[in-house]
Structure formats: structure tokens, C-alpha cells
Design a protein. Structure first.
Length: 359
């Protein structure tokens, strides 16, 4: 029996479990290690913040897909990896050995470049911790969201809709402005959505999080009772001593087959990995797309069969919620916005959760 360890309960591993449930791999002992018993489907989190969904509508309990795939589920967090010895150390003291390892743990919030962020801000990651603190805090009088990417934009608009009339919302976008990496059409639609909800956009960089709010790089202070940090992703610190080949930012460097460039028995997908040959943005869209190729190559590796390269699509469908039951769709340079896009997005999201959360 070969020991396959799935480390992390992310979107790609959910696809792996689904594939293995449909056709179990021969001669494999399967373990899933994840710190949380459920997966928040990231595409529905802004809808939950806006009040459109209950938690159970946008989460997948991982026990069911693990059981269907024949995997033993361990609720624990990795704190160390020795790739040479093929051992993973967990925060509960256990050490698990493996023949094949697949990493889909996600990243950690990148707070190092913003003084005061760790002490005074509410980070979006890990999502379970964010959800607990968000619920406990209730609506603030003044909310500042730091981060002008898709997550920051969606969450700022969602909070403005949920707490309309009670909370003043500001979004610190950075010098590049709102959704700087998105096509102009998407940026225009989201700017207009922010204006309709009264979200103040600040095209400056946050310099520090202080007791009274967010200090901008031009010296101004945006007063805030709560600061939400929707910043970039950093690599988990335990990767640094793992022995795996890492990219310049500390993420696992992989090739076209999603294998580690230094240890072919280690695979990685999602935010924890960097595909050196085919770099793509760190987003749930690409993590989901990597799930099926990852499942195929893990099955092939267990059987000693040839692996197949994974070539991510050049363009991906992006669906951004606008706080209200409207959304923006984009494919390459094309963009559209409306209630019909929300209904389309809602159907896709609900179908994903239902497919994986069944008995």
C-alpha cells in the first residue's frame, strides 16, 4: 500500500477527493490533513458578508467527501515538513510519513509590509478565523478595507450593502487604483457599483494601521473602528525548512505536472504553489481548475504510469459580486454587469457546494 497524504483541505484537494470517490486508486492508503472540518467556498464569502447566504449554504463539510474517497480525516495543521525523510509534523504532535504528498494548504496573509497590521487589523485569512471575528464584532461605525484586488473590492461592497445606513465604508486601493490587474471594463463596472453604495475609494497605499485607523502614504489618517485586510498571500513559513525547491517568494516551485521541481513525490496546487513554466494569478478559479489534473497525476504516480502536463487556460471566467444581487462577469477584455450575472454566479456557486457537500 502506498501512502498518499493530502495536506490541506483546499479547492484543488476537494476535486481530488471527488475524483477518487468516483474511481478509487488501487493500492493506496489515503489521508487528508486539514485544520478545519469544513471548506469555505471562497466565491460565496462576499455573498455571506452581504447577507445573501447562510454559512451552511457556502461551506462544504470535509468529512463527507473524505469518507466517499476512502480517506482518513485528521483535523490538524502542518507545522513542519522534512521532504528528504518524507515526514510531516502536525501541531498536535503527530508525525505522518508518506510515499506521495500533495500540498493544497493555501497561503497565509502577507502582513509584513504594513506596520500594525497583525496587531490591529482583521485579516481575511484564514477564513474560519475571519468569520468568527467578523460575527463577534458586529457592524462598526467606520470600516476601512485595505486591498484593492478582487477580494477587497467584493468585501467592501458586501459590507456596505449589509450595513447600509449604519456603516461608512472606505476602500484603500493602492496607487494602481481599484482592481489594477483587471480589464478597464471590469474596473468601470465596480467603480460605479462602489459609488452607488457610497464606498469611498482611496487610490493611495496604506502606510500603517494605527489605533485610530489607517495611515495613508500621504500622511492622512482614515479613521476606522475596524480595519479589514484583504491583502496578498505569503507562503506558509514552515516551507522554508522543508528542503523543497521554492520560488523567490517562498512558494513551492512546481513544473507542468504539478510536481515539486526538487522532489517528484511531492505535488502542489493552489496558493501554496508556483508553476514556474505557466505562472497564473493566485485565485480560487485556478485552484479549482488544477484539481482535475492533480487528481489524474496523483493516480498515475500511485500506479507508476506516465504523468500529463497541466496547461492552465489563458483566460478564466471571473465573476465579481457587487454587494447587492448584481455581479460583474469578465472573460479576457470583455465585461458585463447586471442582476442576470448574479443569478448566473449564484447558480454556479450553489451547484459547486451541492456537488461536494452531499451525504
Amino acid at each position: 500500500m502506498k501512502r498518499l497524504l493530502l495536506l490541506g483541505g483546499g479547492h484543488a484537494h476537494l476535486q481530488v477527493l471527488n475524483a477518487f470517490a468516483a474511481r478509487p486508486p488501487d493500492g493506496a492508503e489515503l489521508r487528508l490533513v486539514t485544520p478545519h472540518a469544513r471548506l469555505w467556498y471562497s466565491g460565496m464569502l462576499p455573498g455571506w458578508v452581504a447577507g445573501h447566504y447562510a454559512q451552511e449554504e457556502c461551506t462544504v463539510p470535509l468529512a463527507a467527501p473524505a469518507r466517499r474517497a476512502g480517506a482518513t480525516l485528521h483535523e490538524a495543521q502542518a507545522v513542519g515538513l522534512d521532504a528528504a525523510a518524507r515526514r510531516v509534523r502536525l501541531d498536535d504532535g503527530r508525525v505522518l510519513e508518506y510515499d506521495l504528498l500533495s500540498l493544497d494548504t493555501g497561503g497565509v496573509p502577507d502582513l509584513d509590509g504594513l506596520p500594525g497590521a497583525a496587531a490591529r487589523g482583521l485579516a481575511l485569512r484564514p477564513i474560519e478565523a475571519f468569520v468568527a471575528r467578523w460575527q463577534a464584532a458586529g457592524p462598526p461605525r467606520r470600516l476601512v478595507v485595505v486591498g484593492g484586488g478582487a477580494a477587497g473590492a467584493e468585501l467592501a461592497l458586501a459590507a456596505a450593502w449589509r450595513w447600509r445606513g449604519r456603516t461608512a465604508v472606505a476602500l484603500v486601493c493602492g496607487a494602481g487604483g481599484l482592481l489594477a490587474s483587471h480589464p478597464p471594463g471590469v474596473r468601470g463596472h465596480m467603480r460605479r457599483a462602489a459609488a452607488r453604495l457610497g464606498v469611498a475609494l482611496h487610490e493611495r497605499r496604506g502606510a500603517a494601521i494605527e489605533a485610530g485607523g489607517v495611515r495613508l502614504d500621504d500622511g492622512r489618517l482614515l479613521e476606522a473602528d475596524q480595519v479589514l485586510l484583504a491583502l496578498g498571500v505569503a507562503a506558509p513559513p514552515w516551507l522554508r525548512g522543508s528542503g523543497l525547491a521554492l520560488d523567490a517568494q517562498g512558494f513551492v516551485a512546481t513544473g507542468a505536472t504539478l510536481q515539486s521541481l526538487s522532489h517528484p513525490e511531492v505535488f502542489a496546487a493552489g496558493d501554496v504553489a508556483s508553476c514556474i513554466d505557466q505562472p497564473r494569478p493566485r485565485s480560487g478559479v485556478y485552484a479549482l481548475r488544477a484539481g482535475a489534473p492533480l487528481a489524474h497525476n496523483l493516480r498515475a504516480a500511485l500506479a507508476g504510469a506516465p504523468l500529463q502536463p497541466y496547461v492552465p487556460q489563458r483566460h478564466a471566467l471571473n465573476l465579481l459580486s457587487c454587494g447587492t444581487r448584481r455581479a460583474v462577469a469578465s472573460w479576457g477584455p470583455f465585461a458585463a454587469e447586471g442582476a442576470w450575472v448574479w443569478r448566473w454566479k449564484d447558480a454556479i456557486d450553489r451547484r459547486f457546494v451541492a456537488r461536494h457537500a452531499g451525504p
